[in-house]
Write a protein that binds this ligand. Structure first.
Ligand code: PLP
Length: 403
């Protein structure tokens, strides 16, 4: 009897639409890349893509594609099994080994996604005697994973070390067995880094573990692209790292938890998304291996990405746009104030018409009055692509605001 539910769902959908919050899927008619074709009412349009997490441009890299293709002959298409029954090939072990080696961790366990990695890790490691102290802007998957475990929950203001200390004090006062500080390495709406050295200092002072989700950093942040723990020179002080293969490292799918041996060993015994969900497909494992290999050995890709973000910031600042300060390949272009959300959306639309694809974010994804267009640079962009993006911003602003 669908009847009543149908009416309720239709009402909710209408409310979402009335609030201007409906999300649409724009269809790509090409592989993911800096230059894509998108489907439009009129047919296809060429776009320069500035909204993918394809930071190193590996999503359609010929060597990654070739490695995935070759894997079909050697390893077949699918595993049709979870890892511990008959879903583990040499490929999966090699990939786990490559990630551990890259991140400087004892061992790694793969999941189907980082969402699953974060969904599985907390419940296994922490019980009601423990406390998790979590940044308020952490990714949804960390929030959900923390909810799934019975530990006490404490939340601190985004990157606010005084508040982190206060929450650690509160957790300590409640007599917990083990505390764990949990943070994104990079906050994806702002491109801000978590202050890992200060977090590690506090962790040591209070005897807490540190877990960092480095999904928006692995492959391209830090001198060798190992991530935020390398950038901040705290590689031996971060206890557990979670991350994704679905962004800079080829962008296919898969996630992982890397950490001390006993942590990974126990996750293999108890983590529910690992025990009850299919193994990562062989082609994804093979392509991701190649992507990690390229990331480890391609200073050139990181240099191109760095040059692109420097050029973008410089030209946009010259053109009078309001950028959040920062160093990351995520560059938020701000449109503050009451009219900001509308302006940002109109500018993004006008830019798409000119062949530059960027996305505007407004409340509730970001705070009220802090609407923005989030630009994501890639090593796949040429410097001319970056200039074209800035030119489109300038033209769209003139068209929308008349200035
Ligand atoms: C993208 C992202 C995830 C989700 O990764 P998937 O592998 O796509 O599930 C988790 N955490 C953070 C911080 C992310 O940015």
């Amino acid at each position: 009897m669908y009847g009543d539910l149908r009416a309720r769902l239709a009402t909710t959908l209408q409310e979402i639409d009335n609030a201007g919050l409906t999300k649409y899927e724009r269809r790509l008619a090409t592989p993911q890349s800096a230059h894509i074709q998108t489907a439009t009412a009129a047919g296809q349009a060429a776009s320069l893509n500035f909204c993918a997490n394809n930071y190193l441009g590996l999503a359609d890299h010929p060597e990654v594609v070739a490695a995935a293709k070759a894997s079909y002959d050697d390893w077949g298409f699918g595993m049709a099994s979870v890892r511990f029954i008959c879903g583990t090939q040499e490929l999966h072990k090699d990939l786990e080994g490559a990630i551990s080696d890259f991140l400087g961790m004892a061992d790694t366990i793969l999941f189907s996604s980082c969402f699953d990695a974060n969904g599985g890790v907390f419940e296994v490691l922490f019980g009601e005697e423990d406390a998790i102290i979590s940044d308020e802007l952490n990714h949804a998957s960390l929030i959900d994973g923390i909810r799934l475990c019975k530990a006490q929950r404490f939340r601190y203001k985004n990157r606010d070390m005084a508040d982190l200390r206060a929450q650690l004090e509160a957790a300590k006062a409640s007599g917990t067995r083990q505390m764990c500080i949990v943070t994104d390495g990079v906050f994806s709406m702002d491109g801000y880094y978590a202050p890992l050295p200060q977090i590690c200092d506090l962790a040591e002072e209070y005897g807490a573990l540190v877990l960092v989700d480095d999904s928006h950093a692995v492959g391209f942040v830090g001198e060798h692209g190992r991530g935020t723990h390398e950038l901040f020179d705290v590689m031996s002080r971060v206890d557990i790292i979670t991350g994704t293969l679905g962004k800079a490292l080829g962008g296919a799918s898969g996630g992982y938890v890397s950490g001390p041996q006993e942590v990974v060993d126990l996750l293999r015994q108890r983590a529910r998304p690992y025990l009850f969900s299919n193994a990562v497909a062989p082609a994804v494992a093979a392509g991701s291996m190649k992507a990690i290999d390229l990331a480890r050995n391609s200073d050139a890709l990181r240099q191109q990405l760095d040059a692109n973000k420097v050029l973008f910031r410089e030209l946009m600042t010259q053109a009078g746009f309001d950028l959040l300060p920062g160093e990351h390949a995520i560059v938020p272009v701000m449109f503050p104030g009451e009219e900001g959300a509308r302006t940002a959306a109109q500018i993004a639309d006008a830019m798409l018409e000119q062949g530059v694809y960027v996305i505007a974010f407004s409340y509730p994804v970001v705070p009220k009055g802090k609407a923005r267009i989030r630009v994501q640079l890639s090593a796949a962009h040429s410097q001319d692509d970056v200039r074209a993006c800035v030119a489109a911003f300038v033209a769209a602003r003139a068209q929308v605001t008349g200035s």
